[in-house]
Design a protein around this ligand. Sequence first.
Ligand SMILES: [Zn+2]
Length: 125
Amino acid sequence: MLAINNEQKFNATVKEALTKSANFPRWQNAINKAVAQIELHGEFMTWMPETKSLLIWSQDSNDIHAANGVCDCEAYKHGFPCWHRAAARLVRLYMEARLEESNNIPYLKTTIERKAERLAGIRIN
Ligand SMILES: [Zn+2]
């Protein structure tokens, strides 16, 4: 069961994804289908934080897909964007945005050891 509790945050995530994929109509279609599927069939999806993947029991094909950057469906095998990957990415961005929110509350801040890395002589973090 996928719970989207902060609809405003989710809508903002979707809007940004659609803006970024403006030149990729296939991705736009995938994103739109993903949003519709999340709204209609979110109860058949599970977010796996360990692997940052979304488990989807597809109501179209009755298959279960595990999607993150890759997928195991027919569209992916043929090199096309699929709504599973779009859904996984939307949910990941949404979940990360939610984490960021809680990190802004000082007493909820997690301590993360960050090591400065250099790339071509430029400090990147
Ligand atoms: Zn797929």
